[in-house]
Design a protein around this ligand. Structure first.
Ligand SMILES: [Zn+2]
Length: 238
């Protein structure tokens, strides 16, 4: 069998039975590592949809900015905050019943949603005919799938890996998220930590698998070379 032939076969969707109409709304999951531009894309999709006259609802959870979707390049939009106990289907249904038009939900930080909330997003697509574009990280700092992201991979109509790739400090493709405390990699702890803890600086860094396994962060790599962090780039080009 030719490769092309196989590709064509996998792209063919069986014809609809007579009299059936295709549902338009879809559940799409965009995923990537930290710093891969997820929030920027979420805001771009929001901008395009609003420009096209669509009624969008932005949702986020545990975002750096609270009730906003913010991107590192400075864009921001107010967003409804998804709390742990929010019934997303009821929330959207009430908005529509109250006269608000909702065509699309744009959901950032979806890795923090509970599996039940992700199931709610699927229900919003199927029962309320609302498009859902969800954005999230795949894995946590221990390299395990977030439960919300796992449920999203299981249920989404489309799964799209974001092509903007972060790089590890070594220059390799960064595929895994690491948590650091004062520059040192962490292997254990709560799955969700936003902000500093006990006067220690909690940060996140994207590493290649090799350096994630070895636990070498940009800060400890600098220490190994006997140079303070930040001076390496200058030294390398000198
Ligand atoms: Zn590396």
């Amino acid at each position: 069998m030719f490769v092309g032939e196989a590709a064509v076969r996998y792209n063919v969707v069986a014809p609809l039975p007579a009299g059936k109409e295709e549902r338009v709304a879809e559940l799409t999951f965009f995923y990537g590592t930290m710093n891969c531009g997820k929030s920027t894309l979420a805001l771009q999709i929001h901008h395009n949809a609003v420009s096209a006259g669509k009624h969008c609802l932005l949702l986020t959870k545990h975002d750096r900015g609270g009730g906003t979707i913010s991107s590192r390049i400075g864009l921001a939009q107010p967003a409804a905050v998804v709390t742990d106990d929010l019934d997303i289907v009821g929330f959207v249904r009430d908005l529509i019943a109250g006269g608000r038009a909702v065509d699309t939900l744009i959901c950032d930080e979806v890795q923090f949603y509970s599996p039940a909330q992700v199931e709610g997003l699927a229900q919003v697509v199927d029962e309320l005919d609302v498009d859902v574009q969800a954005f999230g990280l795949l894995t946590d700092f221990t390299t395990q799938l977030f439960p919300g992201s796992q449920r999203m991979l299981e249920l989404a109509d489309r799964r799209q890996e974001l092509q903007v790739e972060a790089r590890c400090w070594c220059g390799e493709r960064g595929t895994l998220n690491a948590r650091t405390v004062d520059g040192r990699i962490q292997r254990e702890g709560e799955q969700v930590v936003v902000g500093d803890v006990d006067d220690a600086v909690v940060a996140y860094e994207v590493l290649c698998r090799h350096h994630h396994r070895q636990g070498i962060t940009s800060a400890t790599a600098d220490l190994d070379r006997g140079q303070p962090a930040g001076l390496r780039a200058v030294a390398d080009t000198a």
